[in-house]
Design a protein around this ligand. Structure first.
Ligand code: UD1
Ligand code: UDP
Length: 354
């Protein structure tokens, strides 16, 4: 039995790590890197730190418009999948690499497994929402991290091949969280104290458009420090293009994108986290760190219902008010599974087709 995982972005390398480990004893697992993220800090570091096997195939997609990027992946992936003849193609999350992997697989007649299926923001202006909806429709095996995800699929009439398995990022946190705490020296390197700083990440398309960037910098300037800001290259180039990077660097401890171990250590000891990342919202919950999500919508609605996460506009006054109102909720149930999602997925993938 052969399974091909198509990955291409930072969060996908992270999600594929526990899958690679769980699939290894059950099947031949081939890893295909679409090349969407190519910088060392967004790609190679995760293979090294999380012990992910080197890619068996690499497509040189690189950056570009949605059409250029997705089109280039489609053209690159088709011969790779044809040469591998997989029984199942696994795609992860909601990026252009997810969509491209799923589209090539369905047109080539391979079964598709979607890891992190059923999440919805109900905002189709978000490129990721389109990627998720299309991928879910054409998948055969839909691996849901939560009951909400299962219910979202049911509301769209999708009930076949739906499996509530939990979230693979819980697996990663369980496997690598202790190592991050032992090994990372990021707090010393930044001269900050546990519980003595705020962590912020921003990379969403809507938050890096011209209109949002001024508000982002004003917000950075309005938050009492220390404020640690590992900068995604999309955000760095957007700030730089508009001459705002130096202001951001004066207002915050700006770092390059961090590896998983440093980022996890930083998040674990943060007083509060501000983010527009899907993964970081969820990891903040896992680490019991209050989170403000700089967006109008979230896919991780359970964290909001429990009070650990709150949606806030990218506006200095709104953020200041939300920061002042932060309280640590009493309840912290295990929302996203028990850390064995990858084992369940691997068993389902390797099971004979009914
Ligand atoms: C992509 C995903 C997003 C995911 C994020 C994870 C899509 C539509 N978006 O967004 O869902 O949350 O990855 O981080 O698939 N760049 C570099 N070096 C790199 C990669 C990118 O400098 O290695 C810069 C380029 O200027 C590029 C920009 O970042 O244009 C955006 O990269 P891209 O992969 O298109 O989207 P992300 O914002 O990373
Ligand atoms: N992350 C990281 N270094 C950073 C920022 C994030 O390792 O500097 C990790 C984080 O722990 C999470 C994942 O990257 O597991 C989230 O990726 P990202 O925010 O890029 O994408 P999203 O989850 O929004 O798709």
């Amino acid at each position: 039995m052969k399974v091909v995982s198509v990955v291409g972005n930072r969060p996908q390398f992270i999600k594929a790590a526990p899958l690679a480990r769980a699939l290894a004893p059950l099947c031949d697992h081939v890893l295909v890197h679409t090349g969407q993220h190519y910088d060392e800090e967004l790609s190679a570091v995760f293979f090294d730190e999380l012990g992910l096997q080197p890619p068996d195939h690499r497509i040189e997609t690189g950056s570009g418009s949605h059409a250029q990027q997705t089109g280039s992946m489609l053209v690159g992936l088709e011969p790779v999948l044809a040469s591998e003849q997989p029984d199942v193609v696994l795609v992860y999350g909601d990026t252009n690499s997810t969509l491209a992997g799923a589209l090539v697989a369905v047109k080539s007649g391979y079964r598709i497994g979607h890891v992190e299926s059923g999440l919805r923001s109900f905002d189709r202006a978000m490129p990721e929402e389109v990627n998720r909806v299309v991928t879910d429709v054409i998948s055969d095996l839909r691996f849901c991290p939560s009951q909400v995800a299962v219910d979202n699929l049911a509301a769209e009439g999708i009930t076949q091949g739906v499996h509530l398995v939990g979230d693979v990022m819980v697996d990663v946190a369980a496997q690598f969280g202790p190592l991050a705490r032992r090994r990372s020296t990021i707090l010393e390197r930044l001269s900050i104290e546990p519980q003595g700083y705020t962590l912020i990440t921003v990379h969403r398309q809507s938050n890096t458009e011209a209109a949002a960037l001024g508000a982002l910098v004003e917000m950075l300037e309005s938050i009492e420090g220390p404020l640690v800001f590992p900068l995604h290259p999309r955000t760095e180039s957007a700030l730089s293009r508009r001459g705002l990077l130096e202001r951001a660097e004066r207002a915050a401890l700006v770092t390059p994108p961090l590896g998983y171990l440093d980022f996890t250590a930083l998040l674990a000891s943060a007083r509060v986290c501000l983010t527009d990342s899907g993964g970081v919202q969820k990891e903040a919950y896992l680490q019991s760190v209050p989170c403000l999500t700089l967006r109008d919508t979230s896919e991780w609605v359970e964290t909001i219902e429990l009070g650990w996460n709150r949606l806030v506009a990218m506006d200095p006054a709104a953020v200041a008010k939300a920061l002042a109102e932060i309280r640590t909720p009493a309840e912290h149930p295990p929302l996203y599974g028990d850390g064995h999602a990858a084992d369940r997925i691997a068993e389902l993938v390797a099971a004979p087709v009914p």
